[in-house]
Design a protein. Structure first.
Length: 132
């Protein structure tokens, strides 16, 4: 063995992990996969409804959070709003604790600082343009 300039002998290091041999039978490659949102609901018969298009204006950051939440829950925005509204009309919470935690993160990401207390106190910057 050669001695380095600082007087120390070099140390041969053994590999901690065995070398990867793709041809070995024990070699496996594990990739993460998406299984979707596992939501269990009671199996009730589907109800046929007639849907209509609504023209509604909403606060910009609120819409961003709702769209992101719909994407997270693998729902359309309309289905999300329908579900939230039906739950609200019955006085029930529409979301699980895990979903509420995710909503809290989305509110921070998109800068939504409005609360239920603000619901009837919102006005637009240019109210004239909004009335057209």
């Amino acid at each position: 063995m050669k001695v380095r300039q600082d007087g120390c002998k070099p140390v041969r290091r053994k590999a901690i992990l065995p070398e990867f041999n793709p041809l070995a039978k024990s070699a496996r490659l594990t990739l993460p996969s998406y299984l979707g949102n596992m939501v269990t609901m009671k199996q009730t018969p589907l109800r046929e409804v007639a849907r209509v298009q609504v023209g509604a204006r909403m606060e910009k950051t609120l819409v961003k959070v709702l769209k992101a939440l719909a994407e997270y829950l693998d729902l359309s925005l309309g289905d999300l709003l329908e579900g939230v509204t039906l739950h609200a009309l019955e006085g029930k919470s529409a979301f699980s604790p895990q979903t509420l935690a995710h909503i809290k993160k989305l509110r921070t990401i998109y800068g939504l600082n409005l609360s239920a207390r603000d619901s009837h106190r919102l006005t637009e910057k240019d109210a004239k343009r909004a009335r057209r």
